[in-house]
Design a protein around this ligand. Structure first.
Ligand code: C5P
Length: 288
């Protein structure tokens, strides 16, 4: 196999709860994630040695800061692989947005290189490697809809939503994940997600109920700091979204729309009235 092409899908958090701070400095989470059809492209090309990363977006670092680079070199070191790889990333998922693009790129790189280098990797060990790259990486080994717990390593699949139109709006803000976790006051959170009810709503394929149950505890930290995030959320609902929420630690806000026409109208109106970059996509669950 000389070359392998893979799609790396974005995700949204339908719920996101932070339960407690752990002794290792990370936090125990409980979050329901869903992949979207919006994706980056990852092309893996055999090379004689080393790891080279190239990307169509010049703002993406291609050195050890890139999670794809870390995924490839971690596999090489762990399994003593002498062959190399060139990895081309075609970016479509906005970076540093809460949509998990870097983590998804890293997860498919792990899966692709295991195939290309014909490695035998035990499932639990693979999850462990993924977690060393980032807390969201284990989820992307599976994708679809899932409830994720622990630091991000416990991934239990849920029935995915039927394809649902999603509007994405990205305000011109950069929110550091480490900042968000360290400033979240766990004792002061007023509204936490009803995770069992969201699982039930997914099982019942009840989109309206899913939309009503969207909840992310980081909104209570981010919205007072960046009111634009709250304004986008409110405006999405006023324009006809069934529900809207921030994804991850932000700053992207997504809205679930009843149909394509409404989704596109919401996107156009948001882009003409607020300082946001918009995108229209759908929920999607790949068969892996
Ligand atoms: O694992 P990842 O590199 O994505 O995490 C980025 C930062 O987010 C961590 O350094 C930590 O501050 C915070 N984090 C956390 N608990 C998690 C996931 C992330 O505290 N479960």
């Amino acid at each position: 196999m000389k070359e392998l092409y893979l799609n790396a899908y974005a995700k949204i958090n339908l719920t996101l709860d932070v339960l407690r701070k752990r002794e290792d400095g990370y936090h125990d989470l409980e979050t329901i994630l869903h992949t979207l059809s919006l994706h980056d492209g990852i092309t893996l090309r055999e090379a004689s040695r080393g790891v080279t990363v190239i990307c169509n977006d010049a703002s993406v670092p291609t050195d050890t800061r890139n999670l794809v680079y870390r995924a490839a070199s971690l596999l090489q070191k762990t399994f003593g692989v002498e062959r190399g790889v060139e990895i081309e990333i075609t970016k479509h998922i906005p970076i540093a947005s809460g949509l998990g693009g870097g983590s998804s790129d890293a997860a498919v790189t792990l899966l692709g290189l295991i195939q290309m280098w014909k490695l035998r990797v035990d499932r639990r060990f693979l999850i462990d490697l993924a977690l060393r790259i980032g807390s969201d990486v284990p989820f992307f080994l599976v994708g679809g809809a899932a409830i994720v717990r622990g630091r991000g390593e416990q991934v239990d699949p849920l029935p995915p939503l039927p394809p649902t139109w999603v509007v994405l709006a990205k305000p011109p803000l950069e929110i550091s994940t480490a900042w968000a976790y360290s400033h979240l006051d766990l004792t002061a959170i007023k509204r936490r997600p009803d995770t069992p009810a969201m699982q039930e709503a997914l099982r019942a394929k009840d989109l309206l109920r899913v939309a009503r149950l969207l909840c992310n505890v980081f909104e209570e930290l981010v919205i007072p700091e960046y009111p634009l995030v709250g304004e986008i959320k409110e405006r999405m609902v006023r324009l006809g979204a069934y529900g809207a929420a921030m994804t991850g630690t932000g700053p992207v806000v997504y809205g679930l729309a009843p149909d394509e026409e409404t989704a596109r109208r919401i996107a156009t109106e948001l882009a003409s009235s607020l300082e946001v970059q918009v995108d229209v996509t759908k929920t999607f669950a790949e068969q892996r």
